[in-house]
Design a protein around this ligand. Sequence first.
Ligand code: ATP
Ligand code: ZN
Length: 283
Amino acid sequence: MLKLAIQKSGRLHDDSMRLLKECGIDISNGVNKLKAEATNFPLELYFLRDDDIPQYVEDNVADIGFVGENVVFEKAKKNTIVEKLGFGKCRLSIAVARNEEYTGTAFLQGKKIATSYPVLVKSFLDKNGVEAEIHEISGSVEIAPGIGLADAICDLVSSGSTLFMNGLKEVETILQSQAVLIRNNELQPEKMKLLERLLFRIQSVKKARNNKYILLNAPNEKLEEIIGLLPGMKSPTVLPLAEPGWSSVHSVLNENQFWDIIEQLKAAGAQGILVVPIEKMIV
Ligand code: ATP
Ligand code: ZN
């Protein structure tokens, strides 16, 4: 059985469980709060604090884990990053009091920086040739400047509202992060095979999330132009409509090009455009 460590509770828990569900993996709701088993895939789940996941994966207690890149890089354990998971997006940023005049990294010279990420902060400072005092604290980093504990902080940010509420402003981003799948560096071949099966499902779910199924009606004289606008997996499906002179066109569109192409399709005479989510995409 493949042993997967995920966060017990917190920002990554629900998205981790959702991803497994979207991969068609059902988890039994056992009474055990530390472990659970999948009913239809050889997978065992371990619920842990996110900070501990890289160590457990290095020690082979778990074979693989879902955890933020921020934690993976800070802990620097013997793990391999296998796949980005597309959730838990945030950045690790340095912030200072809003009324400070920040002129660049030289501002940090000789200052005190509070953070839960001493390793990543140190390497950022070294890269920029700055010497500062790193004050490691485990939580509520954002209050440190207000109580006189530090001149600056380095913490995870998503919207920036926490910084704002604490009178801080973001001045440097040192890492863009999201949840990733990590694995032990030396997985046995049978475990590797299971991981590949899981990975195939995860990749199908990710692809489906980034793509939409599109159906539209096109006047036959515009068909060629409209088909030319659609990338599709192979070529689009074209079916005659009951109304003479019209066809129904089906295809798949990538989220990134989505609005551009929709506008061009409308301009080319497409009507009754329907866009539907795709559940899985196997290519
Ligand atoms: P644990 O009890 O497991 O140690 P925690 O309090 O350290 O939990 P959470 O706040 O739940 O951790 O965050 C878990 C992960 O979620 C972070 O390490 C990061 O990868 C990601 N994350 C995404 N957005 C944010 C954000 N705005 N603030 C903090 N973490 C975020
Ligand atoms: Zn944590």
